[in-house]
Design a protein around this ligand. Structure first.
Ligand code: NAD
Length: 429
């Protein structure tokens, strides 16, 4: 496996370039992030000491609109990771035909070690540090791993304090009471559900004869597990950072979610109760979950979960990537050779940014939609783009991942070229 996540992510682009006819200039511009910012954030801790945290914001591309992307709080956040996530956001927004480019941010920390007030000071400090780099027409933030609507609310509030005017659309995924959109919290999972429901009938798979394992029981994974079990799929295994549980008969997902919600540690910020403590089950590790003999495997935690080391253990027939980058490019090739069907992150998890776009639109128009309208529009977009990518993959006989990149590249190439040449010189006309 490559040391750099970004170098590995870029290999997917190289593969797709063979199937598109976009200009050399456009290709060259898509290989590098437009701007990367590294900041240090001083935070006064509850005990009076000062701690300095490292934060990042990367704007990968903004040809099709302002950059858009979440903010991650995690001990493993690095510039390389944030850059890769911003790269994926660029292609994701193009796949869904959203008027956005790709961005991402993050802070390196273990958020579970901070009190709620420390987290608020840190989140406001991050906005102080990056305020000139973001804005509703420049670069728009959203939640990602270990950030949530409460944190988005603090960030939006801090940006408004700095700018001295109300600017709801600078952050999406906010609480409903300050400009959030109904359906945003569940949007990533709902979008993934629409993709699964579009793909599985093509293989003549019915929900009630399909078993599912979900790695990661957070905003995306837990809601998707519930949607799938409501639709009749048998969700037999789930996990979080502490480990997983398995029940051959299927798990009662709503009751597990309810338990997790009621056992919240730092109220409404992080769940502390692990799924391991909750129901009748067999305990298993995250590695064992990835190796289960199920029909559908859903990685919904972090990147680099399926690598050259464990790829031969995978027994699932279909993988839907809800997390960003859960499969390395080397493992991807091996899965393809083994006939395991992979539907890629830049399509599967795009429901989140799609409803973020709806939130941004609602903030700017001042007109708020009902849940049915949000979900109807989300479904239309997810199904339409899934079908297009499926058709490209069938026509060119390529994987769904390469087809998704081809689809995005065609849109990005056209937009980059439509912007014209930057500097005229004699041979350019
Ligand atoms: P979250 O913080 O709500 O949940 C993350 C979950 O993963 C938690 O249950 C955590 O315990 C678990 N986890 C952490 N480390 C793990 C490990 N090593 N093994 C197994 N589980 C582990 O985050 P989320 O918003 O659900 O995001 C999950 C993934 O989905 C990320 O890759 C994120 O980039 C992607 N994603 C999220 C959104 C969104 O709108 N939230 C949108 C697109 C993509």
């Amino acid at each position: 496996m490559s040391d750099s996540l970004f170098a590995d992510a870029s290999k997917r682009l190289e593969k797709a370039l063979k199937y598109v006819s976009i200009s050399e200039d456009a290709i060259a511009r898509l290989k590098y992030p437009k701007a990367s910012l590294t900041v240090s954030i001083p935070v006064r801790m509850d005990d009076g000491s000062l701690q300095i945290f490292q934060g990042y914001r990367v704007r990968y591309d903004n040809t099709r609109g302002p950059a858009k992307g979440g903010v991650r709080y995690h001990p493993k956040v690095s510039l390389d990771e944030v850059q890769s996530l911003a790269f994926w956001m660029t292609f994701k927004c193009a796949v869904l035909d959203l008027p956005f480019g790709g961005g991402k941010g993050g802070i390196t920390l273990n958020p579970k070690e901070l009190s709620k007030l420390e987290l608020e000071r840190l989140s406001r400090g991050y906005i102080d540090a990056i305020a000139d780099f973001i804005g509703p027409d420049v670069d728009i933030l959203a939640p990602d791993v270990y950030t949530n609507s409460m944190i988005m609310g603090w960030m939006m509030d801090q940006y408004c304090i700095i700018r001295r005017h109300i600017s709801l659309a600078v952050v999406t995924g906010k609480p409903l009471s300050i400009g959030g959109s109904v359906g945003r919290e569940e949007a990533t999972a709902t979008g993934a559900f629409f993709v699964i429901e579009s793909i599985m009938p093509k293989f003549k798979r019915l929900p009630n004869e399909t078993t599912v394992a979900v790695q990661g029981f957070g905003n995306a994974g837990a809601v998707l597990a519930e949607l799938l079990s409501q639709a009749g799929y048998k969700v037999v295994a789930i996990s979080d950072s502490q480990g997983g549980i398995y029940a051959k008969k299927g798990l009662n997902i709503p009751s597990i979610r309810q338990y997790k919600a009621s056992s919240k540690g730092i109220k409404a910020v992080y769940c502390e109760g692990s799924v391991c403590n909750i129901v009748e089950h067999e305990v298993l590790t995250n590695q064992e979950l990835l190796a289960l003999d199920v029909d559908i495997l859903i990685p919904a935690a972090l990147e680099n979960q399926i690598t050259e080391e464990n790829v031969y253990d995978v027994k699932a027939k279909y993988i839907f990537e809800v997390a960003n980058g859960p499969i390395t490019s080397a493992a991807d090739n091996i899965l393809a050779a083994r006939g395991i069907y992979v539907v890629p992150d830049i399509l599967v998890n795009a429901g989140g940014v799609t409803v973020s776009y709806f939130e941004w639109l609602q903030n700017r128009s001042g007109l708020y939609w009902k849940l049915e309208e949000v979900n109807q529009r989300l479904k239309a977009k997810m199904v339409e783009e899934t079908e297009r990518i499926w058709s490209i993959s069938q026509e060119l006989d390529i994987s769904m991942r390469t087809a998704a990149y081809v689809h995005a590249l065609n849109r990005l190439g056209e937009s980059l070229d439509a912007g014209g040449t930057r500097d005229y010189y004699i041979n350019s006309i």
